[in-house]
Design a protein around this ligand. Structure first.
Ligand code: GUN
Length: 288
């Protein structure tokens, strides 16, 4: 029987754990973690993501603020807002929802977020620390992928993980995370991408396949070996409006030993790890 890795249920459990820790922090030290979400423009998917993130904050007892800016916001205006949030003692974490409108240099904005408030884990310090094997804030989606494996007792150590996709948000940091020493690490990792000549030849060798390339139903049944674990990071809308992942779920689930669904797999885990990082940010800032 193929195990369906229920990210929604695990996210609920973990968000309950985070809520208890937030309550304790607030009671014992009078600290209330807070997340400032910045949304520029009117990308409908981004609006939904930010709304879901704020709702989860609210349920966990984390304060949140939405800074919604028009699509024609200039880079200096956005940098000015980030500078204000960087010094606001109420704000533990800053989330700038990506993508940003054309004309704004994303890396300049990411670089401007104070390193101790970088709860997305996209900034140069967060990435450098992860690369060095001493992470501070892990990027939320890779962290969520690792946690769904670990909390379902799926062994990562010594396993061959093939990641399809090399983005700065998912593929690249996930490779670093799964190959680092320690629990949930010690994997042998292969990263393939759009210029890899034969992706299937690699995914067929994998114990665990993670797909994050943004192509609906890309990974087919004949691209994995029977018994492989399959993690689907994609969220795509088909022409008929259906939400599907990067994995052909119905086909692949016939031969995988475990698989994450879309929706209800990695999406809720990403939100959960954002709450985890925001709580940690509040604690770290209290200590300095
Ligand atoms: N856009 C797509 N995924 C993410 C994410 O995890 N964080 C932010 N800030 N933007 C995103």
């Amino acid at each position: 029987m193929t195990q369906i890795l229920d990210g929604k249920l695990l996210a609920q459990t973990m968000q309950g754990e985070i809520a208890a820790q937030v309550a304790e922090l607030t009671e014992t030290l009078g600290i209330r973690p807070g997340l400032a979400a910045v949304l520029v423009g009117d990308n409908p998917a981004s609006q939904v993501y930010v709304r879901n993130k704020r709702k989860a904050c609210d349920q966990a007892g984390i304060q949140s603020w939405l800074h919604q800016l028009p699509a024609d916001t200039t880079q200096p205006d956005l940098l000015h807002l980030i500078a204000q949030l960087n010094t606001d003692p109420q704000v533990s974490g800053i989330l700038v929802q990506l993508p940003l409108p054309i004309g704004i240099d994303e890396s300049a904005i990411i670089d401007a977020v104070a390193p101790l408030k970088d709860v997305d884990g996209f900034g140069p310090q967060s990435l450098g620390l992860l690369t060095a094997g001493t992470p501070r804030f892990l990027p939320c989606t890779p962290f969520g992928v690792q946690q769904i494996l670990v909390r379902n007792n799926i062994r990562v150590e010594g396993q061959h993980v093939v990641i399809v996709g090399r983005s700065n948000i998912v593929g690249k940091p996930l490779a670093l995370l799964l190959m680092q020493k320690g629990e949930g690490g010690n994997a042998t990792v292969t990263v393939c991408h759009s210029k890899t000549p034969d992706i299937a030849a690699l995914t067929k060798q994998a114990d665990i396949v993670v797909v994050a390339i943004g192509q609906a139903r890309f990974l087919k049944k004949d691209m994995i070996r029977p018994g492989a674990v399959v993690v689907d990071v994609g969220i795509n809308r088909t022409p008929d409006g259906k939400l599907v992942g990067d994995v052909d779920f119905d086909g692949v689930k016939e031969i995988a030993s475990a698989i994450t669904p879309v929706p209800g797999g990695i999406g809720p885990m990403t939100i959960t790890m954002l709450l985890h990082n925001t709580l940690r940010a509040a604690i770290l800032q209290h200590a300095v």
